[in-house]
Design a protein around this ligand. Structure first.
Ligand code: BG6
Ligand code: MG
Length: 213
């Protein structure tokens, strides 16, 4: 009998539209650095930890900061972001994904989350989705963020699943690279051409049929 795969969901940009709030917050930080962050460059920040995002931005802006200033900017970015998400609720769930998760749960799929965000648990609670997850790996659980596969390996261990029996849902190139590295099945969600490296790409969850798995 075919093993029922474990589903590992990303959070920002897959379950909820918070990716836009990350972009807005980084844009404000970039203004302080006299750097104009384009949506194209922002694609490279998706799935990447907060501090690695700032490292990338500083490189693009050709600037450097001492560690105190670096930490200060990271805090400012997070404060801006937390302000933006303070009122989020289930209306911020991306259409179709909650239905997909509920149906998958009903069909006995094991459900995990791997997000690079340190705010992931807080957001899942706000969205009223926390209880659907059998395992949660977030930015506090890993040393190396996507595209390193550490978090996906941890999610597979916590759910007692073989990596080859896991299906990853991701909107970021970094996340797809990470899943591909350990032979998980990767599903890109969205329209970015950076997702072409995934095993399959869908624009929306409504297009995915559970029986495909
Ligand atoms: C990822 C986002 O989920 O989390 C990135 O795609 C973000 O854009 C990263 O930088 C870290 O998030 P946080 O909430 O810990 O700053
Ligand atoms: Mg994402």
């Amino acid at each position: 009998m075919k093993t029922l795969p474990t589903f590992i969901f990303d959070l920002d940009g897959v379950i909820t539209n918070t990716e836009d709030y990350h972009f807005d917050a980084w844009k404000s930080i970039c203004i302080k650095l006299n750097y104009d962050l384009s949506p194209e460059k922002n694609e490279e920040l998706k799935g990447v930890s907060r501090s690695e995002c700032l490292e990338k931005i500083l490189k693009w802006a050709n600037q450097s900061l001492d560690s105190k200033e670096f930490k200060k900017l990271l805090n400012t970015k997070n404060e801006l972001y937390l302000k933006k998400i303070s009122n989020i609720d289930s209306s911020n769930i991306i259409e179709g994904v909650d239905d997909f998760i509920k149906k998958a749960k009903h069909r006995n799929h094991t459900i995990a989350l791997y997000s690079s965000s340190k705010n992931a648990r807080f957001i899942l609670r706000k969205l009223n989705l926390y209880s659907y997850f059998d395992a949660i790996v977030d930015g506090n659980s890993v040393k190396a963020s996507k595209p390193d596969p550490e978090g996906f390996i941890l999610a597979s261990k916590l759910t007692k699943s073989n990596p080859e029996d896991c299906v990853v849902f991701e909107d970021s190139e970094a996340g797809i690279i990470a899943g591909n590295k350990i032979n998980m099945t990767t599903i890109g969600i969205g329209v970015s051409n950076k997702l072409e490296i995934a095993d399959k790409v869908y624009k929306r969850f409504e297009e995915i049929k559970l029986k495909e798995f």
